[in-house]
Ligand binder design. Structure first.
Ligand code: ADP
Length: 559
């Protein structure tokens, strides 16, 4: 506890303190007025000399050499002090700047802002941006730091100003570049949008094309198969699957020359791999057109296809895939075979009666000077028969040709079908070997070409005689069914195997009679069927093996 001090002691201490204060004030005044240049201060490290004049000069030099502008303002905003940099900026000699109202040196537009900054600075350190007007034409942007200095005299405001010209220029440049960038971005955006739209359009177009192409491939009447460069199947359209009789998966497991196809040449011999049109195309790089081969599936009928093969090449000309389009030409091939067979049958058929005619004529020639009266009529009859056969064959051929060329002209009239039946097949009735029995309503009239219908009936009866020689009785029946008249010829001969019946009216079709050779071209029933169809009627046959056959046709009734 501090010892209680007496009044006297306290008064001495106060006196001492007053003296010290007075001394300190005098010293400060001396320093302020410049009477004191240096101070000798005693500290723990001993005595130190502080040179007041040096400190002030250094400070002033420092202020002068600063890149910043510096100014001290009085409370009335007049400039108490400024450095030369500031004077230079405002374009006036230093001595003219001192005393000027700072706000007069600020750009007119910034006046209000300047007043605000100066006011704010009275309470706190403040920062802002202004433009100095000065004497220059161009305003100069500066940043200002304002600090209130509490000096012994009246408080003054210190302003440190930094030139923002370069920064503003850089900012302007930056802004300009930003604008350019924004413009470029906008353009890029526009281009992007355009591109996106184009891509969308192209994608849509491509998709539509692809759809069209897919649809075409799906619905094409030709089979389409695609292989890779090694011949491995990679695609088969529905028609290809149908022709080949295999599902897509099974096809894709094979190469075009897989032995499982059992590809054959047209003569039936195995087709070597290198002869396959796809192989020819893949090795030569050239397309192959309409190359016909046969395919023999293990469990189905042999079929024929005509193949077009084309390579798909990349930009360097290398084959990357092969496309084979093919169609089933089995019918075409069968027709060709049928025609070939027909020509050989026709030649054979014509040769037989001609040979016989030739023999008869040779005999007649030999006996021309000494005729054998017994032989003569026989030979003449034989010659006539042969000639008739030739004539019938040639008529059939001509008729068939006319039919295929659509030249069957009808001369229709209404007539009693009973009359036609009674008078048909004169030669058979005259021979008397076969009995023609006819039944039906005598008053049934048909509207048809009587000559052509006579030809049809004649053909049916002749066939009965030819193919059922032991059936001495041949029945001809006619009856009305609705608005049609049905005429049928029935024999009691060997009949026809049921599976053959549907084909009887086809061109060139002849039933294989197993050993027995009947002459004929397979044209008679075809011609009959075409004549009846032209009359808007129908033809047909029913038959039972060993019991006989009925061939029938219908004609429209005459109204
Ligand atoms: P073709 O000139 O060969 O006689 P068709 O067209 O007249 O030709 O007859 C076709 C086939 O129908 C004949 O080859 C024959 O086998 C068979 N055919 C026709 N009529 C009869 C019939 N009445 N009885 C048995 N088979 C018949």
């Amino acid at each position: 506890m501090e010892e209680q001090k007496t009044n006297k002691q306290l008064q001495d201490e106060l006196e001492e303190a007053r003296y010290q204060l007075e001394e300190a004030n005098e010293l400060i005044e001396a320093i302020r007025s410049g009477d004191v240049d240096a101070l000798l201060i005693k500290s723990d490290e001993g005595h130190q000399l502080y040179t007041l004049e040096n400190a002030d000069i250094t400070y002033r030099i420092f202020i002068e050499q600063m890149n910043e502008g510096a100014a001290l303002l009085n409370a009335d905003r007049s400039i108490q002090y400024c450095n030369s940099r500031f004077a230079e900026w405002v374009g006036m000699p230093l001595e003219k700047v001192i005393g000027k109202d700072f706000t007069q040196l600020v750009a007119t537009d910034d006046f209000t802002h300047c007043i605000e900054l100066l006011n704010d600075a009275r309470y706190k350190n403040t920062k802002g941006e202004l433009s100095l007007k000065g004497q220059r034409v161009v305003e100069m942007p500066v940043s200002v730091s304002l600090t209130m200095l509490k000096t012994k005299e009246a408080p003054s405001l210190s302003l440190i100003l930094t030139d923002l010209t370069a920064q503003k220029k850089a900012q302007r440049l930056l802004k300009h570049q930003n604008t350019l960038l924004e413009e470029a971005q906008a353009e890029t955006k526009r281009l992007n949008a355009y591109l996106e739209q184009k891509v969308a359009e192209r994608t849509k177009e491509l998709y539509a094309n692809q759809q069209r192409l897919a649809l075409m491939l799906e619905t094409m009447a030709e089979g389409v198969g695609i292989t890779d460069a090694n011949g491995q199947m990679t695609y088969a359209n529905p028609m290809a699957q149908r022709i080949l009789g295999l599902k897509q998966n099974a096809i894709l497991e094979r190469t075009y020359d897989d032995p499982q196809w059992q590809n054959l040449r047209l003569d039936g011999s195995p087709l070597p791999s290198h002869e396959h049109p796809m192989a020819v195309m893949l090795t030569t790089g050239q397309p192959v057109y309409d190359c016909e081969i046969a395919v023999q599936p293990p469990d189905k009928e042999r079929f024929y296809i005509s193949i077009n093969a084309a390579p798909v090449k990349d930009d360097d000309g290398n084959i990357v895939a092969g496309i084979g389009t093919f169609m089933d030409v089995t019918n075409r091939r069968k027709a060709i075979q049928q025609k070939d067979e027909f020509i050989s049958v026709a030649s054979h058929e014509l040769r037989t009666p001609i040979t016989s005619l030739k023999a008869s004529l040779q005999l007649l020639q030999r006996m021309k000077d000494n005729p054998n009266l017994k032989m003569l009529p026989l030979l003449i009859e034989q010659s006539n028969k042969s000639l008739n056969k030739v004539s019938v064959l040639i008529n059939d051929l001509l008729n068939a040709t006319k039919l295929t060329e659509g030249q069957l002209l009808l001369n229709k009239s209404a007539f009693k079908i009973g009359d036609l039946v009674q008078n048909c097949c004169h030669h058979i009735r005259v021979e008397g070997v076969y009995q023609l029995m006819s039944t039906g309503d005598d008053n049934l009239y048909v509207y048809a070409d009587s000559g052509k219908i006579d030809q049809v009936l004649d053909n049916f009866v002749n066939n009965a005689v030819k193919y059922a020689p032991h059936s001495k009785e041949i029945q001809i029946n006619f009856e009305r069914i609705d608005n049609m008249v049905k005429i049928s010829v029935t024999d009691f001969g060997m009949g026809i195997p049921p599976e053959k019946v549907p084909y009887l009216f086809e061109r060139y079709y002849r039933v294989d009679t197993g050993g027995h050779q009947y002459s004929g071209l397979g044209l008679g029933l075809y011609i009959c069927s075409e004549i009846i169809k032209k009359h808007d009627g129908q033809v047909g046959a029913t038959s039972e093996l060993g019991k006989g056959s009925t061939f029938w046709f219908t004609l429209p009734m005459a109204v």
